[in-house]
Design a protein around this ligand. Structure first.
Ligand code: ADP
Ligand code: MG
Length: 173
């Protein structure tokens, strides 16, 4: 039994996953696991994809690399995909959403190549990550939150922090 819940923050690149995770980790003491960082640091990949400017992730290696830590509970997992994680690992899956004009501005700021920019905008409009989360996990643990403004960021963090407190009360042994 975990002493603290495991939470996944997912969504299209640029929605605010890392920003939310860092704030949550600071506020709650839960550990931020940036999958990008793990893939890079622990070599959980089969090389670099030039076109997408991203690692070709070896999912088995990645799961092995974080299994022990996740097993202890108290992890906030930060990544743009969720369906590779076993259902039993996660207590809450938060899908962050933004308006396309906001996402456009954020991704342009990152100097994304045109093709990658368009692909991410399409993905957000088509709700790809939300659907992936709903297909992979029990609908009761999947929540959708908007992340357009600093106020929304603040209220999302408040809400997830309150959820964590409640989880701990409900699961106290
Ligand atoms: P992700 O990890 O999902 O790719 P980031 O957390 O890196 O996204 O956020 C992308 C950019 O958007 C950053 O510049 C961040 O400061 C900004 N940002 C994220 N969430 C919000 C928000 N709710 N309101 C305003 N700006 C935000
Ligand atoms: Mg990020």
């Amino acid at each position: 039994m975990r002493q603290a819940p495991n939470i996944m923050l997912t969504g299209t690149p640029g929605v605010g996953k890392t920003t939310h995770c860092e704030s949550l980790a600071e506020r709650t003491g839960l550990r931020h696991i940036s999958i990008n960082q793990v893939v890079k640091d622990k070599g959980c990949h089969e090389g670099w994809n030039e076109e997408y400017q991203s690692w070709i992730v070896d999912e088995d290696k990645l799961l092995d690399a974080i299994e022990k830590e996740v097993h202890c509970g108290g992890c906030i997992i930060d990544w743009h995909a969720c369906d590779l994680f076993p259902r039993s690992w996660l207590d809450l899956v938060v899908v962050l959403r933004v308006d396309s004009s906001t996402l456009f501005d954020r991704l342009t700021g990152r100097n994304y190549a045109e093709a990658k920019l368009q692909e991410n905008l399409d993905s957000e409009i088509m709700e790809v990550l939300l659907q992936e989360a709903r297909d992979a996990f029990d609908e009761a643990i999947v929540i959708e939150l908007t992340s357009n403004t600093a106020d929304e960021l603040e209220s999302n963090v408040d809400r997830i922090e309150a959820w964590i407190k409640q989880w701990k009360l409900d699961n106290a042994s």
